[in-house]
Design a binder for this molecule. Structure first.
Ligand code: AMP
Length: 212
């Protein structure tokens, strides 16, 4: 049986792009807590209003809020999941095991990359809000400006929290929390590492190897 996958890595390490690709090709469902929170903001729900200013500042949303949001969506599901952007701290890692995954088989994949490379990557990022494909205006440009290569939508958006100042804050929070999370999965023999400084195709091949 394939395990649930927990993608770990800094903002901009490419885990979202790989999760998207993996879910297209295999029977996996993508759970990005960032996407779930942005949906709440876009629909102007009470929750969205509550978390909007926190996300704009690059800070972490309260653990219980994110955990509850994730549980609601996870319960609707029978497929295997890729968790992308969750856990962000050791408390979330434990809660994921205890309250969501319980006894089911899971594996964490760490997208390992030097953090210095990431600010430049993230501030050039645009996402297609129709199909979710992620581009980078410098490193993975659109074939035709303003139009998604995949679904031809013109709804390309730049995230509000992808500015230099906010990205630096997000990376600082990542630095503070990352080691304990890696230790946690390593101690239970569930940690795999991928060199995320490689190209998109090489990273995907490394991911497929983990499956085999
Ligand atoms: P992401 O799309 O994963 O980069 O997340 C965007 C923002 O959403 C983060 O900077 C946080 O403010 C918030 N967020 C996403 N996932 C979590 C999480 N697991 N815990 C707390 N905040 C989160």
């Amino acid at each position: 049986m394939n395990p649930h996958l927990i993608f770990l890595g800094a903002p901009g390490s490419g885990k979202g792009t790989q999760a998207f690709r993996l879910c297209e090709n295999k029977k996996y469902a993508h759970f990005s807590t960032g996407d779930l929170l942005r949906k709440e903001i876009n629909s102007s729900s009470e929750l969205g209003k509550k978390v909007s200013s926190i996300i704009k500042k690059g800070k972490l949303v309260d653990d219980n809020i994110v955990l509850e949001l994730l549980s609601i969506h996870f319960n609707e599901l029978s497929a295997k999941a890729v968790f992308d952007g969750f856990p962000r701290n050791i408390e979330q890692a434990k809660a994921l095991d205890e309250t969501i995954l319980k006894d089911s088989h899971s594996l964490a994949v760490y997208f390992d990359i030097t953090l210095d490379l990431l600010v430049d990557r993230i501030i050039n990022r645009v996402t297609c809000s129709s199909c979710g494909e992620i581009y980078n205006l410098k490193f993975k440009p659109l074939k035709v400006e303003g139009i998604c290569d995949l679904c031809k939508s013109k709804k390309l958006i730049k995230r509000e929290d992808d500015t230099k100042e906010v990205v630096e804050k997000r990376l600082e929070i990542f630095r503070q929390n990352n080691e304990p999370i890696l230790d946690y999965y390593s101690k239970s023999n569930r940690l795999k590492k991928i060199d995320a400084s490689q190209g998109e195709d090489e990273i995907y091949s490394a991911l497929e190897e983990i499956f085999n």
